[in-house]
Ligand binder design. Structure first.
Ligand SMILES: [Ca+2]
Length: 453
């Protein structure tokens, strides 16, 4: 009996071991293979039918294994579904944002259309098809989407520009602050003129100035008026010596015009003399006293620097028509003062006043720029030498061309703006001076100093 029971237990143990071995092998297979198909069932049935062991646990293990496989399948499927769901969710979020934007644009556009509808005739919508309207609305929504995108971009640009403006404002403030410490271009230009002048003409020490030696004064006339006063009433060339001159020199005197006694300082009538000369020539004078000439700035200063003179300018155009400009007061400064036109006033005449613009200006030549034109040299630009300012309304030492000029010769000729203009070259010009006398016209207009009385 015991042996029989022992054999039964041994058979059961053997059966269990066999089943465990089978389950182990089967589990490995199902883990690798994703599906338990019909062949597998047949395989298990064959193993089950062909086995001589009848064990219920085999079926249980089979079902557990099948459930495990199915569970794995479901898990993999759910994972895949979860990933797909996430992907769709992200896509939906994007689409949602786009739709929201479109809706906003659509609302705005509908509002605009509604407003527009109030202004159109009632039969407008009847005439226009619904499809057409929908198409239009669709296009408008797309347009609005584009506008919204553009606005966002613009907003970004505006932010960037604001930052730049802020930066520029700060930089400008800094520059303005520094600008107060800078000298102006005009100041530098004037300083340069003074430096150039001082290099050419160093200031004279005070102890060099001396009173004229009256004990050794020349008995020569001091000017043409003095010649006339000495009884010479014939126009011509005379030898004179102003008090301020260390040596005598020849001058041309006019004893006929306006009571005579005029000393020529400038004479042109045929273009035989070149007047486009340098500073040294204009200082000491050039040309032929018996023909065309410039008396010289130093001589003019000797004649006018210590007593106020009258100035008479006489002009003749290419047709022989004459005009004159008379100034009751005329005087120029010394070489140290740049031979500036220091005194000028009391104009009368029929040529017009084309010199008063130059009052106070220094004399400039092509090689010595003392004008107030910062960027250039008037003497070079207008082919002359004059009391240029910035630049001129007269240019009597300009080119001798005689008559009307082409456009590119504007300001180039021997011209007097008030008489024939600046695009013209006169045929004759002369400038004469004479010390003021008791019969000279008043320097200032009558009543100028009597207004307060
Ligand atoms: Ca200049």
């Amino acid at each position: 009996m015991f042996i029989q029971r022992l054999l039964i237990c041994a058979a059961v143990v053997l059966c269990v071991l066999t089943c465990l071995t089978t389950i182990s092998a089967n589990t490995t297979t199902t883990t690798i293979r994703p599906h338990i198909d019909t062949d597998d069932n047949e395989y298990y049935h064959r193993r089950y039918n062909s086995g001589r062991r009848n064990c219920d646990t085999e079926q249980i293990e089979y079902r557990l294994t099948k459930l495990e496989v199915q569970l794995g399948e479901k898990s993999a499927h759910l994972t895949s579904e979860l990933r797909e769901g996430n992907r769709r969710l992200q896509a939906l979020e994007i689409q949602s944002a786009e739709v929201q934007t479109s809706v906003e644009g659509f609302r705005n556009e509908m509002s605009r259309i509604a407003n527009f509808g109030q202004t159109v005739p009632a039969n407008y919508y009847q005439q226009a098809g619904v499809d057409k309207m929908e198409s239009k609305i669709s296009n408008l929504v797309k347009g609005m989407q584009l506008v919204v995108a553009t606005l966002r971009s613009l907003n970004s640009d505006v932010t960037w520009i604001k930052k730049n403006i802020s930066s520029i404002t700060n930089a400008t403030d800094t520059l303005l602050h520094k600008y107060n410490d800078l000298t102006t271009k005009q100041f530098l230009s004037n300083s340069l003129i003074d430096v150039k002048h001082n290099q050419l003409y160093p200031p004279i020490p005070p102890n060099i100035f001396r009173e004229p030696d009256t004990s050794n004064l020349s008995h020569l006339p001091r000017n043409c008026k003095n010649v006339q006063e000495n009884g010479n009433n014939v126009s011509g060339i005379y030898l004179i010596q102003p008090h301020q001159s260390h040596s005598p020199f020849m001058v041309l005197c006019d004893m006929d015009t306006k009571d005579g006694g005029w000393t020529y300082i400038h004479n042109r009538y045929d273009g035989s003399q070149d007047f486009f000369n340098n500073w040294h020539d204009y200082k000491i004078g050039f040309g032929n006293i018996g023909g065309e000439f410039w008396l010289g700035l130093e001589h003019i200063y000797q004649l006018t620097g210590h007593e106020v003179n009258e100035l008479l300018v006489e002009l003749v155009d290419a047709d022989g028509d004459k005009a004159y400009a008379h100034y009751a007061a005329f005087s120029i400064g010394s070489e140290q003062e740049g031979y500036a036109l220091k005194v000028l006033g009391g104009y009368n005449g029929d040529a017009g006043d084309s010199l008063i613009y130059h009052a106070g200006s220094r004399f400039s030549t092509k090689d010595f720029d003392q004008d107030s034109w910062v960027e250039g040299n008037c003497a070079q630009a207008h082919s002359g030498a004059w009391w240029y300012r910035g630049c001129d309304t007269s240019n009597l030492n300009g080119k001798y061309l005689s008559g009307p000029l082409p456009d590119d010769f504007l300001y180039q000729g021997m011209y007097w703006a008030e008489f024939r203009g600046a695009q013209y070259s006169l045929s004759q010009a002369r400038m004469m001076i004479r010390p003021r006398g008791p019969n000279s016209p008043p320097i200032f207009p009558e009543g100028l100093f009597s207004k307060g009385n």
